[in-house]
Design a protein. Structure first.
Lengths: 465, 368
């Protein structure tokens, strides 16, 4: 089920919130678990059993890891837990990728499995991995109550698209969390803003992206228009979804980590990745990069560590070579920055921003492609290979979407928030804002609903991850 | 305002709003048909273990909740106005407003569909017309974009190339160019079709090019029913309705119109007043969709016959050609397999006119 859908907004959510509100504290996690299973089963009626099995295994392994702490058995159970989680992810997500490439190399024609990817498997696998590793490291105690652990893994606000909430971050919240009008108001605000970002901005930009992909009239300018548009689309799509997840979390009394922090204002790729999909970046840092030795190793090993992390980051996003290239592309840029240009970038802020936007735009063009061949052709198109400089279509789409792109570009910076915060310091504005904020949010909710009722274009890019 | 009070208000307002909409969703009676969009709406899918596990139920439920959403048409209007007026989008779901008209972007050219239409025509020619003394004509009616799109750069097909494609691939058909006779005012503001009262000159030109005088004096009648054309509902924009007018004459009154639908042939009128009050009043012309119609004129100016292959644009112009022909056979190959035409029509010495709109030719999959 998508947050940005009528069944979720006006059927599932009101019922769940009402039941949750009247349920005694002791049973709240049970309500959360059951509603999360229904939420997941709505889109994945079969794979919900896979998720339940994964939770069961992780629960037992967590207990065993803790029970045999300090012995070799603890490590064995950890390895079993990690391997089974990765095996499930590998089987469902990567089997056909490996078969295709094996066939290519050997000339064999082993039939593809053509499995449907269980929604959210990449996200909940990383959550369960972090849980067992943290139990092994002694950072957290194994969860004795299976309902609490299952509620953590299956928690519907973050189940299918993150943020990748670590068990350590909400361990205490699972057993004692506060509910307040302040949290409800702040969660509602965050949810509606996220919903609007997703439906009004991301979906509108998505229409342009789709029009570009199916266009037979591509040109250099159209490629660049698409690149900027897609970059903004994916940002508003994913950060909007994260906002909704964080907002829903607040409504249920949780505090999830932030997942985006205005990534497009970065002045280096290094900074960009500190601001983009923060929960994924920090996960790879803590569970892959640092265990490999992190920075405190020789240069060759450091390079190896960087490229392993970025290979995996790319591969996590999708079982296609273009995703791997996308990850390695960032690996190369980050390496160059680390060894050569980071200091210079900090001195030339304006040029640094252009540099970041330029390379990030190219990266998302690679990301948007269906495969490596398309990715190469798209990047070539950006530099005039095989396409004219301008075309009839790009002028139309620029005119038609110009204002949306401008609004999206401004909204992707902290400018609106800073202006609002600045004005909020003034007594007269604070009075006005206190009166108009609720009507404004109602209008945003109704407009978002209007887009849904119209049955407009409503994809969700991170569903495939 | 006190922060706690504001938070309390926040909670109450949004709880009531979401709950209110939710209750409306549950309580709203199911609507079977959308008059504005002219389509059947999704109904509640059957709930069973098999439909749940196949995903059929959830998919159907999402469609159902979207289609049956309370005040859906109002919400569609809100979305259309917001996206075009505030966000500056030039079209909403491919529909745009220009010069007081609503039009639908017909873009890009669909080479497969164009080739398919050419193949269909070619097939009919080779099967029925090649070894006869019939004269074959082709005429293409431009959609409204021809007139409206260039003004602000809306996407539209390349009309000269589009028409040339048909002309060059069907060289045995004499092409009759209608474009100089048409302007956007000859079309309804809210619909894709042309207005019968404005195309008398088009009919005369077609007759003239086929060597037949079809000129006549008509009485212009006004249908007293507001006509919200197909684009009006699709666009969801507030738009004043059109007026349908229809032409009558003594000659037309004397004609016999026979409809060959399923079952026995039925005699009827040029203008179906029952359909005029239906979902699409434009269907009053020759009763809308019909595979085969004959128009027999006992007082025709000539003894010639015409076979008119047509789409819906042909419905309103066919009566205006009746003056000059003893018999007109109106064929719509979307509703009859062209391979079976020989069972109903004897092709020998008639004029044969293929009269089609660019919209249908670019989306010709329904031709059989």
């Amino acid at each position: 089920m998508l947050f940005s859908s009528i069944p979720f907004l006006y059927y599932f959510l009101p019922i769940v919130l009402m039941i949750y509100a009247i349920t005694p504290r002791i049973f709240k996690n049970t309500v959360l678990l059951l509603s999360s299973l229904i939420f997941y089963a709505w889109g994945e009626p079969i794979y919900v059993f896979l998720m339940i099995a994964t939770i069961g295994l992780v629960y037992i392994m967590g207990l065993l890891i803790e029970r045999f702490k300090g012995t070799v058995w603890s490590k064995i159970f950890l390895v079993i837990s990690i391997l089974t989680s990765l095996a499930a992810l590998g089987y469902f997500k990567y089997a056909d990728f490996f078969i295709t490439n094996f066939n290519r190399i050997t000339g064999l024609s082993i039939p593809l499995l053509r499995l449907v990817l269980p929604i959210g498997i990449s996200f909940y696998t990383f959550q369960t991995l972090s849980y067992t590793v943290d139990v092994y490291r002694g950072n957290v105690a194994a969860q004795k109550n299976p309902i609490n652990l299952a509620a953590y893994v299956a928690l519907f606000p973050q189940l299918i698209a993150g943020p990748i909430v670590r068990y350590s971050d909400i361990e205490t919240q699972l057993v004692s969390r506060t509910h307040s009008f302040d949290k409800i108001a702040s969660g509602t605000r965050r949810f509606i803003i996220g919903l609007s970002k997703k439906i009004i901005l991301a979906n509108s930009l998505g229409e342009l992206s789709d029009a570009f992909i199916s266009s037979g009239d591509k040109s250099v300018l159209f490629f660049w228009l698409f690149a900027f548009c897609y970059m903004l689309q994916i940002y508003f799509d994913f950060s909007g979804y994260s906002d909704m997840a964080i907002g829903l979390g607040k409504l249920l009394g949780f505090e999830f980590m932030e997942n985006f922090n205005y990534p497009f204002i970065s002045s280096s790729i290094t900074e960009f990745w500190r601001r983009w999909h923060i929960s994924l970046g920090s996960w790879f840092r803590d569970y892959v990069y640092i265990p490999l030795g992190g920075n405190r190793v020789k240069k060759a090993r450091l390079l190896f560590n960087i490229f392993v992390v970025w290979f995996l980051t790319g591969f996590w996003h999708g079982a296609e070579w273009n995703f791997i290239i996308w990850g390695l592309y960032f690996g190369v840029l980050l390496t160059i920055e680390k060894f050569f240009v980071l200091k210079h970038l900090e001195k030339h802020k304006f040029l640094s921003h252009i540099y970041v936007i330029f390379f990030v735009a190219i990266s998302f063009v690679i990301f948007s492609a269906n495969n490596l061949t398309d990715a190469i052709s798209y990047v070539g198109g950006m530099f005039g290979i095989g396409v004219p400089f301008a075309s009839f279509e790009w002028t139309y789409y620029l005119k038609s979407y110009g204002l949306i792109i401008l609004i999206a570009a401004i909204s992707s910076t902290p400018l609106p928030k800073n202006v609002l915060s600045h004005l909020y310091q003034k007594v007269w504005f604070k009075k006005i804002w206190d009166v108009i904020e609720i009507p404004l949010l109602i209008v945003l909710l109704l407009i978002s609903t209007a887009y849904l009722a119209d049955g407009s274009f409503n994809p969700f890019l991170y569903f495939r991850f | 305002m006190n922060k706690d009070l504001k938070n309390l208000m926040f909670t109450i307002v949004f709880a009531l709003l979401i709950l209110g909409i939710s209750v409306s969703c549950w309580l709203k009676p199911e609507t079977a048909f959308s008059e504005s969009e002219r389509r059947a709406l999704a109904s509640l899918p059957h709930l069973s273990l098999s439909t749940v596990f196949s995903g059929e139920f959830t998919e159907g439920f999402e469609e159902y909740t979207t289609d049956q959403f309370p005040l859906r048409d109002r919400f569609r209007t809100l979305k259309a106005l917001f996206s075009t007026k505030l966000l500056g989008k030039m079209d909403n779901n491919k529909l745009y407003v220009q010069d007081g008209h609503i039009s639908k972007i017909e873009y890009p050219e669909n080479p497969e569909m164009i080739t398919y239409a050419i193949d269909r025509f070619d097939n009919i020619f080779n099967k029925y017309l090649k070894n006869t003394s019939v004269k074959t004509y082709l005429s293409i009616v431009p959609d409204k974009n021809y007139f409206l799109a260039p003004q602000k750069g809306y996407l539209s097909i390349n009309y000269p190339e589009f028409i040339e494609n048909f002309k060059s691939n069907l060289p045995y058909m004499e092409y009759i160019d209608l474009i100089p006779l048409l302007s956007v005012d000859d079309y309804y503001r809210t619909d894709s079709h042309w207005k019968q009262e404005n195309i008398q000159d088009v009919a005369e030109w077609l007759g003239n090019q086929m060597g037949t005088d079809v000129s006549a004096q008509y009485k212009v009648n006004t249908l007293g029913i507001p006509f919200n054309g197909v684009y009006s509902g699709q666009s969801a924009l507030p738009f004043a309705p059109d007026t349908i007018k229809y032409l009558t004459s003594e000659t037309l009154d004397a004609c016999t119109v026979t409809y060959f639908d399923t079952g026995l042939p039925k005699q009827g009128e040029f203008y179906n007043m029952e359909k005029a009050q239906g979902k699409d009043p434009y269907e009053m012309y020759l009763s809308g969709t019909s595979p085969l119609i004959t128009i027999e004129n006992p007082t025709a100016k000539s003894s010639k016959e015409l076979i008119l292959f047509r789409d819906s644009f042909g419905s309103s112009i066919a009566p205006l050609l009746a003056e000059g022909y003893k018999k007109i056979t109106v064929v719509d190959i979307r509703y009859i397999q062209s391979d079976f035409l020989g069972n109903f029509i004897e092709f020998d010495n008639q004029d044969v006119l293929f009269l089609y709109s660019t919209t249908l030719l670019n989306n010709s999959m329904a031709m059989r």
